[in-house]
Design a protein around this ligand. Structure first.
Ligand code: MN
Length: 229
């Protein structure tokens, strides 16, 4: 192999609770409208939709940093609290019954969204990247390993802003459960170790302002504290 023309970018990674090594991130997949009440608040019928996916870029992760910089060219940046699933195995066409073998751990994350730009893209039938995949759009906490906490099938998912609860749901309300998500996603893309999946947000999304203090929580995983700056 020839040398690189310039030094390659660093590989984004997540810290792992209780360990000194870290989780190297390959891709970030996101599930859209995966809680019924959130689908309804966004104007959709949750009973009539197949799951759909979009992506963020690995270098959109905001880790080891509690300060989320308000992004450019938007006046409506929304919080979406989500459980992230981290994979240490992958493959194509993974059967539902084998899917959980791929799950290495979990993290508390935020799918920060330029809602105004996403809305314009939806209206025009354009891609969502400007709304979803901007710099620092994926604040994420440390990874907690399945080996330490077991598999999560239920538990509170919540977000408060300046001490006031805005979002609350339970993992048992996921329309598409984690094994189904992995199985369906693996039919579309070959999954691999290092992939993250953001599993969708419960109802109550809304705008943030500079100075806001966000407190995300997933029962069994932990908390994520972010200040909007
Ligand atoms: Mn989301």
């Amino acid at each position: 192999m020839t040398d690189f023309a310039f030094p390659p970018a660093a590989i984004p990674s997540l810290p792992i609770r209780g360990r000194t090594d870290s989780f190297p991130v390959r891709r970030i997949y996101c599930v859209g409208r995966n809680y019924a009440e959130h689908a309804i608040e966004m104007g959709h019928d949750p009973d009539k939709e197949a799951p759909f996916f979009f992506q963020k870029n690995p270098d959109n992760l905001l880790v080891n940093n509690s300060r989320f910089p308000y992004p450019s060219l938007s006046n409506s940046v929304h919080h979406e609290i989500e459980l992230t699933v981290a994979l240490h195995k992958g493959g194509a066409d993974i059967a539902i019954e084998n899917a959980m073998e791929c799950v290495y751990g979990y993290a508390v994350s935020l799918d920060m969204t330029r809602r105004d730009l996403q809305g314009e893209a939806k209206k025009a039938g354009r891609p969502w990247e400007v709304g979803k995949a901007f710099d620092h759009s994926a604040p994420c906490g440390e990874l907690v390993l399945v080996r330490d906490i077991g598999f999560l099938e239920e538990g509170v998912v919540s977000l408060s802003v300046n001490g006031v609860e805005r979002q609350k749901g339970d993992l048992n309300q996921l329309i598409w459960k984690v094994p189904e998500i992995i199985s369906i996603l693996s039919g579309l893309f070959t999954l691999a170790p290092g992939d993250l999946i953001m599993t969708g947000t419960p109802a109550g999304v809304g705008p943030v302002e500079k100075g806001d203090q966000l407190e995300g929580y997933v029962q069994g995983v932990g908390a994520l504290s972010i200040e909007v700056v």
